[in-house]
Ligand binder design. Structure first.
Ligand SMILES: [Ca+2]
Ligand SMILES: [Ca+2]
Ligand SMILES: [Ca+2]
Length: 176
């Protein structure tokens, strides 16, 4: 919560009055945001390639069409940066009256292994503009990684090989 004090003077019937107006502003709540999530709206930042990517957003202009882009990760964003969607096209969503967007699928499997950001193009000009939310402006918005089985098979093979080697060396020791 941020408190603004506005002071002004008013002259009325030869008297000077000082008016002090105190305005309380929930500044934190006013910052627009977009968050990567699963289909239940739980924040998620790592997705297996076979999973769908969802996001939710808030504090956007109410009852307004906006575009949601999935783009290659960048950690330095400059006003006017062009947006190239990697998910087969951006989504156009109508915000609720309170400026929120409910959990929405933004990329259906199969994903491509890499790091990504999510950008809400509020003014629909195909560019990121100051004030438009990014997940994540200074970090990775979300990461797409190979499924468990893809990495589990090589790991299992290495473990099996180590096991065989240890048996062989024990075997040869016994023979000596
Ligand atoms: Ca980023
Ligand atoms: Ca824009
Ligand atoms: Ca995220």
């Amino acid at each position: 919560m941020v408190t603004h004090i506005i002071t002004t003077t008013v002259t009325y019937k030869d008297h000077i009055y000082q008016l002090i107006v105190k305005v309380e502003d929930d500044a934190k709540g006013a910052v627009p945001y977009v968050v990567s999530s699963d289909d239940t709206g739980t924040e998620r930042n790592t997705f297996e390639l076979t999973k769908d990517v969802y996001s939710y957003a808030g504090k956007l202009p109410g009852s307004t069409d906006v575009r949601i882009y999935v783009v290659a990760n960048k950690d330095v964003w400059n006003d006017g940066a062009g947006l190239t969607d990697v998910s087969g096209g951006y989504e156009t969503e109508l915000t609720e009256r309170d400026g929120s967007i409910a959990t929405t699928k933004i990329w259906g499997a199969t994903l491509t292994e890499s790091d990504y950001d999510i950008v809400v193009d509020t003014n629909r000009n195909g560019e990121w503009n100051t004030g438009e939310p990014i997940d994540n402006e200074v970090d990775v918005g979300f990461t797409a990684v190979p499924e468990f089985t893809t990495i589990a098979i090589p790991v299992a093979a290495v473990l099996g090989f180590v096991f065989l080697m240890s048996r062989r060396s024990r075997h040869s020791r016994r023979r000596n």
